[in-house]
Design a protein around this ligand. Structure first.
Ligand SMILES: *Cc1c(COP(=O)(O)O)cnc(C)c1O
Length: 469
């Protein structure tokens, strides 16, 4: 394609991107069409012949518009999701245009070098051991699987078994201990790496979902052989943090590999005011966090952080005669993740850290925590609305009404439906301790105090509407 053709084509894509973002503050908080509506809208026979690229971009923008969820807007609270900050999006546009295959340092020098510097910045900002290696993955699910694969290598090599060469058949069993309130995605990671999602020892947690050190001690003591303990920074409903100092001490006393899922919570470490929540976490062996949540990176962006770099690369490296030679000291990006060919995920991370700086990241995380508290206070002031968690981070769970749990569930579901109908903010439900709750996650870089006030008012008004019948 010639410059005369791709220049206007790229220009149109940028124009549509900007127009979409400009419309967000005033847009409804939910798409005009749901999935079924969009299916009907886009259904079409396989194209037999090609058509003009610029016309396709126009068609795509118009076709997708009614089905775009405003997750990058200021009032999406249903899940922990970042808002794909424009600085990261612009960098990601270049990533697509440059088309680097970031798997190898010699064939993608800029991508590999930028990823390497982003790795050291992340370790610095998250204050984790500087010798650690980071795999730049698609998200926390794959990053958890990557860290657990490194844990599999690290723990089994110690007992003389090489799981990467010989697999798990006939291997000494690895005991996996996991908190009762771990995120669902960990079980998908466990099944992927051959540990199995049911073959775990579940460790009891407290009312906020924090692993109980006494329960871990009791569970781990009878076990012999390789062990992995999976702890958590930021419970998905409450935002609570496991007591890492105790968990790490118990795990290491029993020679376990301690892994921490901190998909969003690990960023508490980036702010002086919240860092205490993560005390002792630096003693663990591996950590996961997402870039596409609190850092506001565009999807796909997760980080698998492993102290024992050699265990991580042993678990992830592939060999072939056609792959480029590696010089002493080279960092080969593909040796840190399950993929070979991939986009240059380090580049938007580099751009966002440059844009925010250490202080900007700390301010954003702190602001979201403050806004979550404000959200909780505004809602709790209304009769019949209960905040069910200690709001230590960015997560708030509330439910509505009185009566038994099924009546409260019906009330909470009705409030969620009415809130969505208002178009002011996007919220959703979750199960917590026998109750159905509305879960509010404040993680969009666009959210302001006014958005929180407007959204709290919409939820309160929905609740009043539900009571009025
Ligand atoms: C979001 C999340 C995950 C999964 O991360 P993805 O990036 O969606 O794969 C895992 N654990 C926790 C605590 C999360 O919040």
């Amino acid at each position: 394609m010639k410059s005369d053709d791709f220049r206007p084509l790229f220009g149109r894509a940028v124009e549509h991107a900007a127009r979409f973002r400009e419309g967000l503050p005033a847009a409804s908080a939910r798409p005009a069409l749901d999935y079924q509506g969009m299916r009907a809208r886009v259904a079409a026979p396989t194209p037999e012949t090609g058509s003009d690229a610029a016309a396709i971009i126009e068609e795509l923008a118009a076709l997708a518009a009614p089905g775009l969820m405003p997750t990058v807007g200021p009032r999406f609270f249903a899940w922990v999701m970042g808002a794909s900050h424009p600085a990261g999006v612009a960098a990601d546009m270049l990533v697509s245009a440059w088309g680097q295959n970031a798997g190898y340092q010699s064939t993608a020098p800029a991508a590999a070098a930028l990823e390497e510097v982003a790795e050291s910045w992340l370790l610095d900002i998250l204050d984790l051991p500087s010798e650690s290696g980071i795999g730049f993955s698609t998200g926390a699910t794959v990053a958890n699987g990557t860290c657990l694969a490194a844990a599999r290598t690290g723990t089994l090599l110690k007992v003389g078994w090489d799981p990467d060469a010989d697999g798990l058949f006939g291997a000494p069993p690895v005991h996996v201990l996991i908190g009762a309130d771990a995120h669902s995605s960990l079980f998908s990671s466990l099944q992927l790496i051959g540990f199995g999602r049911k073959r775990v020892v579940t460790v009891d947690t407290d009312a906020e979902g924090r692993m109980l050190p006494s329960a871990l001690e009791a569970a781990i003591r009878p076990l012999s052989g390789p062990k992995v303990v999976i702890a958590q920074a930021g419970q998905i409903n409450t935002g609570a943090f496991d007591p890492f100092t105790d968990i790490v001490a118990i795990g290491h006393a029993h020679e376990a590999w301690v892994h921490v899922d901190g998909a969003f919570g690990l960023w508490a470490r980036a702010t002086p005011e919240r860092k205490y929540l993560t005390a002792g976490i630096e003693g663990a062996d591996s950590w996961v966090t997402d870039g596409h949540k609190w850092l506001q990176a565009p999807y796909d962006c997760g980080f698998a952080i492993v102290r024992d770099r050699a265990a991580l690369t042993a678990a992830m490296t592939q060999w072939s005669s056609y792959l480029p030679a590696i010089a002493e000291g080279d960092r080969v990006p593909s040796n840190y993740v399950p993929e070979l060919s991939r986009r240059a995920r380090g580049i938007p991370v580099w751009a966002l850290i440059r844009h925010f700086g250490r202080q900007g990241i700390a301010e954003m995380v702190e602001r979201h925590c403050r806004l979550a508290r404000r959200f909780a206070e505004l809602l709790a002031a209304e009769p019949g609305i209960r905040v069910l968690n200690a709001v230590v981070l960015n997560q708030v769970i509330v439910n509505f009404g009185s009566g038994d749990s099924s009546e409260r569930k019906a009330a909470t579901e009705a409030v969620i439906a009415q809130t969505l109908a208002s178009g002011i903010c996007y919220v959703a439900g979750a199960a917590w301790r026998g109750d159905w709750v509305m879960r509010l996650s404040v993680t969009s870089g666009e959210t302001t105090e006014a958005d929180i006030e407007m959204s709290a008012a919409a939820i309160i008004s929905a609740w009043r509407g539900v009571q009025a019948g």
